[in-house]
Structures are given as C-alpha cells and as structure tokens.
Design a protein around this ligand. Structure first.
Ligand SMILES: Nc1ncnc2c1ncn2[C@@H]1O[C@H](COP(=O)(O)OP(=O)(O)OP(=O)(O)O)[C@@H](O)[C@H]1O
Ligand SMILES: [Mg+2]
Length: 454
C-alpha cells in the first residue's frame, strides 16, 4: 500500500484528505506543522507527499526542499490557493511533481496521485538521477549539485589559470586532493608536471630531503646527490598536502621558495632557482596553529591567497544522490556488475547519515554494497549496518559524550567493513596508523576481534 504524507495547516481539510485517501486505498499520515512533517519523513518512508503552499510559519516550497533532502525522489504535489499560480510554477521548478488549485475535485487529486506514483514506478531511479546529472558543472569527475559545491567549482574555474597559490581546507575526505588536481588540469601548467606530497606522512628530515633534494654526502647514506620535488615540479605545480604538519624549519624554507623562488638543497651551498605554482591543503585550522606558534604567520599569509573551503558532506546532502550514482558506476565497472540503483529505503538511510568521513566514507559505503550485493538494486541492509545514533539519544548526553559514543560506533562500523584490517581502516578514516591505534585504544577496541574467519 502506498504511503502518503499530507501537510496542511487547515485541520479540517487535513482530516478530509485523510479520509478520502484512505477510502481510495492509500495509507495517509497527516502533519499540521512543518516540524511534524520533517520528523515523520525521518522515521518512515513515504511514496508521495501532498504539501500546502501557504503554511503557517514557512512556505511549502522550502518544506518540500527540506523533505527532498531526506527523500530525494519522493514526488510532491503542491496545493495552492486560487490566484497563486506564480508560486506554483516556482514550486515545479524547484522539484514539485505537480500542483492543484484549491478548491479541487477529489477526483482530480486522486488522478494526480496515481499519475505521480505510476511515473515514479516507470522512471527508474537511475534515469531520474541521469536527468540531474545533466545540470551544469564543468569538471568531469567532481560531482557537485549543491549550491556550496557549485560555488567551489566557480572559484576553481576562475582561478585555475592564474599563478596564485591556492589554499584548500576541509575535513578529511571532502575532496581536497581531487580539487587540487582539477585546478592543475585546468591551468596553463597542465602539460608540465604535477607533484604531490603528504607532509604528514614523512618524518621531518626525510621530508626536507624529499622536498629540496640533497648533495652527495649530505648525510650518511647519501652516496649521490638527488633532486627534490621542487626541482621536479619546475615549470609545473606542487601540491603540499597536510601542510599544517610541516615543521617550523621546513616552513622557513618553503616561505623562501614562495618569496624568492630559491632554496638550498640539503648539504649544498648552491642556490637552486625554481618556477612552481603551489597548491596547499589542510584539514587543521591553521589560524589556530598560528596562534599556538606551530605555524609561521608570514607563511600563512603567503599561502592563504586563494582560500577554498570544502564543506563537509553533511552540509550538502543534496550531493548524495549524484555521488551515489557516480560511485555505483565506478565500482560497477570495476567489479563487472551491472548495478542500477539503491532501494528508496537505502537512499533514505544515506540521506539521514551524519558522514563523519565525508565523501570518502560514502565512497567506501557504496564500494562495500556493490561488492556484497547479489541483486541489481542495492537493498537497505547492505548500507551502513551500524545505525547512527538518533538525536534523541544524544540529547541526554554532553557533547563530548555524544561525540565519543559516535566515534566508537563509527570505528566499529569501519573495522567491520574492513574485516579488522587496520591499514585499510585507518586509510579510509583518513588517519595515520599510529593515531588510529590510539583511537582504538581509547575505546577499548581490538582490531583482531573484527577479523573474519578464513
Ligand atoms: N565531489 C566529489 N565528486 C566525486 N568524488 C569525490 C568528490 N569529493 C571527493 N571524492 C572522492 O572521495 C575520495 C576522497 O577525496 P580526497 O582524497 O580528495 O579527499 P581529501 O580531502 O584529500 O581527504 P584527506 O583529508 O583524508 O586526505 C576520493 O576517492 C575522491 O575521488
Ligand atoms: Mg587528501
């Protein structure tokens, strides 16, 4: 039986609609207030919604948009008063299926509902999403539907061709490296080299020789001189990932490259000149690091020329359906499986998740589901098996307790997904192994407990 959500602030009309829908064989859930509607959509699945355009505290269009963040493919029929055609048209543009002008014939309403449900059944979700895919965005492999990400793409398009240093900040897994590469590929330097290094992955002395190269005999074991990454990137672009983890002495050398385009290789007295464009990324708050004396203020201002902030996935859930399609295609091809879509419930689950690991976590979730599924439509139980805690549970705790308990749930889910493989799990979490072990210890978790029997 199809389930319909009806939102209207007119109690009588709401009752009447409920009776009519039920006698036509539908299950109807009514909401007088916007919040009730949102709550209902978070807890249960709806095949369709009927929303009054003129609600008390807010207009029906914004409510519809919010409902679509939870149930992106649910058709919405808008009810409008006579003479508000313009807003009805606006509603259609923003994703409503159709509208009805009050007062309306019950027959018309039932007809519209049937059409919407039938349409929903026929248009497979994949096709539906393909339509969305056609929307404007210029960078092939960056999925961006939300306004926030569209803005990011606009900035990238504008600044790619300049020589300015780009500063990308964002939580782990938000796509910093992807954006850095996109900037390089759209730049005048795209035919020259792109050299990337993660400043957090190497101990200080190794990072220095990697970046600047060394002279023969500069240290034990330096049997011949070697060129550094800055030299290799000459004429091209260098990407310094996790720049916040760079030690102060190395920061001084990088500053000099930015100011004078010159540096000394380790153990050498010969200045080397380079022409490189720098793109840096950080998931730490560098302003904070500056205040604590961990990051040079002058370097901060030198690199903070074109800042790009990548919003966490939970702040741009509109991107989820498109990202899902993108990853279904990617892993479907890789694993030679023809996966069409997710069930609506599975999609709803994704829309309600908090995504602490951002796009990388979503990518991982889809990879797992594609690997495990035997059907061409991914069922709900292959998605995020560890339920995130609901807000109601969390509201009884302090923020720290809530965060800790969430962290633990997340780690368990991750370890389960990776079968107790710590290097894989730490990579997916965007953490170094050592830090990841610390986290496990903090929560009393043992990776061995998650190993699957061979
Ligand atoms: N908008 C997007 N469209 C498509 N794929 C994306 C998008 N954002 C991120 N990804 C994918 O998610 C994964 C993580 O992205 P990336 O490595 O760029 O994140 P990051 O911010 O550098 O993470 P970390 O801080 O952990 O290094 C990659 O596989 C990337 O291709
Ligand atoms: Mg990265």
């Amino acid at each position: 039986m199809s389930k319909i959500l009806v939102v209207d602030d007119d109690r009588n009309l709401l009752e009447l609609l409920k009776i009519r829908l039920e006698s036509a064989g539908y299950q109807a859930v009514t909401a007088l207030k916007e919040e009730e509607a949102i709550e209902a959509a978070k807890k249960q699945f709806f095949d369709l919604a009927i929303v009054d355009l003129q609600l008390l505290s807010r207009d029906g269009i914004s409510l519809m948009e919010e409902l679509h963040l939870i149930l992106p493919e649910m058709p919405v029929i808008i009810l409008t008063a006579y003479g508000t055609i313009e807003s009805a048209v606006e509603a259609i543009k923003k994703g409503a299926y159709s509208y009805l002008t009050k007062p309306f014939e019950p027959r018309d309403l039932l007809h519209q509902i049937e059409k919407a449900l039938e349409n929903r059944r026929l248009t497979s979700e994949v096709k539906n999403l393909r339509g969305l895919l056609k929307e404007r965005y210029d960078f092939d492999n960056i999925v961006a539907r939300s306004g926030k990400m569209q803005k990011v793409l606009e900035i990238i398009a504008q600044i790619a061709k300049t020589e300015s240093t780009v500063y990308i900040e964002g939580e782990s897994g938000t796509g910093k490296e992807l954006v850095a590469k996109a900037i390089y590929l759209a730049s005048e330097r795209k035919n020259k080299s792109f050299v990337a290094i993660n400043c957090a992955a190497l101990p200080e002395s190794l990072l220095e020789t990697k970046l600047f190269g060394h002279e023969k005999g500069a240290f034990t074991g330096a049997i011949r001189s070697a060129k550094g990454l800055f030299t290799q990137a000459h004429g091209g672009t260098i990407f310094l990932d996790e720049i916040g983890d760079m030690s102060l002495p190395i920061q001084a050398k990088v500053l000099r490259v930015l100011q004078e385009r010159k540096f000394y290789p380790v153990g050498s007295e010969q200045l080397v000149e380079v022409d490189v464009r720098m793109i840096v990324a950080t998931n730490k708050n560098l302003e904070h690091q500056v205040k604590q004396g961990l990051f040079r203020e002058d370097l901060f201002y030198r690199i903070h020329v074109i800042p790009i902030h990548l919003p966490p996935l939970r702040e741009r859930k509109e991107d989820i359906p498109l990202l899902v399609e993108h990853f279904l295609k990617k892993f479907g091809q890789q694993m030679k499986k023809e996966i069409k879509s997710l069930t609506p419930m599975a999609m709803q689950k994704l829309m309600l998740h908090h995504w602490p690991g951002n796009v990388r976590e979503l990518e991982n979730t889809i990879e797992y589901a594609v690997a495990m599924t035997h059907q061409d439509t991914i069922p709900e139980d292959l998605i995020l098996q560890t339920q995130p805690e609901t807000i109601t549970d969390a509201s009884l705790k302090t923020l720290k307790e809530a965060k800790d308990s969430y962290e633990k749930t997340y780690l368990i889910h991750l370890l389960e997904t990776c079968g107790g493989n710590v290097s894989k799990a730490s990579k997916l979490a965007g953490k170094y192994r050592a830090d990841f072990y610390d986290l496990l210890k903090k929560h009393g978790l043992k990776s061995e407990d998650f190993k699957k029997p061979q």
